[in-house]
Design a protein around this ligand. Structure first.
Ligand code: GLV
Ligand code: MN
Ligand code: MN
Length: 419
């Protein structure tokens, strides 16, 4: 343990128990391909939340939840006047999600609470573990919705009024699973926030690094696009008389791809959700709804990509007789994390002699919004092939344990340095 300065003593996490927690909770929403489908505020989400409560209470924590359903498991500190040092991530998944995205951060935080509990190690600050509601943004857009409310980026009222694609309101779904709490979201002082996560990209694995010291997160914007044409008979409507919304959409999807490629190497662009109406094999499509996700570490590049996309859309609309509307539904600018917290992670990785490198996150995380209200950073560990948002997402048990050990020491380091 070269470079170890004594913070944390010899306390380490129980890697085997952490791994068995990952496998145990993977039952809630398990898919045949070995992944998880645990959309936010569904029955599967309720099951894993109930498990979280039981398991944290068994470690002596007090578990509460706020008006957005964010769960907090609190281990008291020795100085009751201090706000908690927090750790967290999310237990919701994508429709075809894996066993690690978000889960490693929550269950890794649980491993930290367990290590403190079993060693009897005291901290000055309370230590809290947070399970954020609706990080993924798959069922209710946008992503990181409840950490966003916590940080004051969105109002609670607007968040509660969000609807899924079936028209179900967020508030009704939250009440339905019994997790709308009395504490107003955001009325919860915090001293710092640390989030452990899989990288979701290929860099750490390719460079054989165990730990990514995350310095920030790239910017991202989400758009909702509606293309209106005219329903028509597939056999009787001559090609020249069609206003085919899906053909116009195909051009726009291609544009997203080529605009991102033109802004290489950092930019990415994705159309991930598409609804074609009336979606009948012998009807010329009259309306299409789709999403666009644009990201780059430089916010100015995203602005240029948006301009290019809007101008392509205007051209497609006029050439094809379509009406195209583009609504910006989420703007999450690039974020730089707190230098003191970043140093705590770096020292923690060094103390275990884990190979580490600095890295910028391509994915969004609740840490983005927490960075606006408290000293914040993240810890990354590798995942196989950089594959994520995929049922085959996978990570090594030793890396998961290493990440949780770094989380433990970074939290203890912050406990000594912060007020
Ligand atoms: C969150 O999963 C994201 O889209 O980055
Ligand atoms: Mn995640
Ligand atoms: Mn995700």
């Amino acid at each position: 343990m070269s470079g170890f300065d004594g913070i944390g003593g010899n306390v380490t996490v129980d890697g085997e128990k952490l791994w068995s927690d990952i496998l145990e909770t993977a039952r809630f929403g398990a898919t045949p391909k070995g992944g998880i489908r645990r959309l936010t505020l569904t029955e599967e989400d309720r099951q894993v939340r109930d498990w979280f409560v039981r398991t944290c209470e068994a470690l002596g924590c007090v578990v509460t939840f706020d008006s957005m359903g964010n769960q907090f498991a609190r281990r008291p500190g020795t100085d009751p006047s201090l706000p908690p040092i927090t750790m967290g991530s999310h237990l919701d998944t994508q429709p075809t999600g894996g066993k690690f995205d978000g889960i490693v951060g929550v269950l890794g935080g649980l491993a930290v609470l367990r290590a403190l509990h079993e060693s009897g190690r005291e901290t000055r600050h309370p230590i809290e573990l947070i399970n954020w509601t609706n990080e993924e943004g798959s069922r209710f857009a946008p992503a990181m919705l409840s950490s966003g409310v916590f940080a004051g980026v969105f109002t609670e009222e607007e968040a509660l009024a969000k609807t899924d694609r079936d028209g179900v309101r967020f508030e009704d779904a939250l009440v339905g699973i019994g997790y709308r709490g009395a504490e107003r979201c955001g009325d919860h002082p915090v001293a710092a926030y640390f989030e452990l996560h899989i990288e979701q990209g290929p860099i750490l694995e390719a460079e054989r690094k165990t730990i990514g010291v995350v310095t920030g997160v790239q910017g991202m914007r989400w758009y909702e696009v509606t293309v209106i044409g005219r329903d028509g008979h597939a056999g009787a409507t001559p090609m020249a008389l069609r206003a085919d919304a899906l053909v116009g959409t195909a051009k726009l999807i291609e544009a997203v791809q080529s605009i991102a490629l033109k802004h290489a190497p950092g930019a990415v662009g994705t159309v991930g959700l598409l609804e074609n109406r009336p979606n009948s094999r012998n009807v010329v499509p009259g309306e299409v709804f789709f999403s666009v996700d644009l990201r780059d570490p430089d916010d100015a590049v995203i602005v240029r990509m948006e301009e290019a996309f809007r101008s392509t859309a205007a051209q497609v609309a006029s050439e094809s007789g379509l009406e195209i509307t583009i609504e910006l539904v989420w703007d999450s600018p690039a974020v730089r994390f707190d230098p003191t917290c970043i140093d705590a992670v770096r020292r923690a990785a060094d103390s275990f002699a884990y190979p580490a490198r600095d890295i910028v996150s391509g994915a969004g995380h609740d840490a983005v919004y927490m960075a606006g209200v408290t000293p914040t950073t993240m810890i990354f560990i590798p995942c196989a092939g950089g594959v994520s948002h995929n049922e085959e997402e996978s990570a090594e048990a030793d890396d998961v344990m290493a990440g949780a050990n770094v989380l433990l020491r970074a939290v203890l380091d912050a406990d000594e340095r912060l007020n």
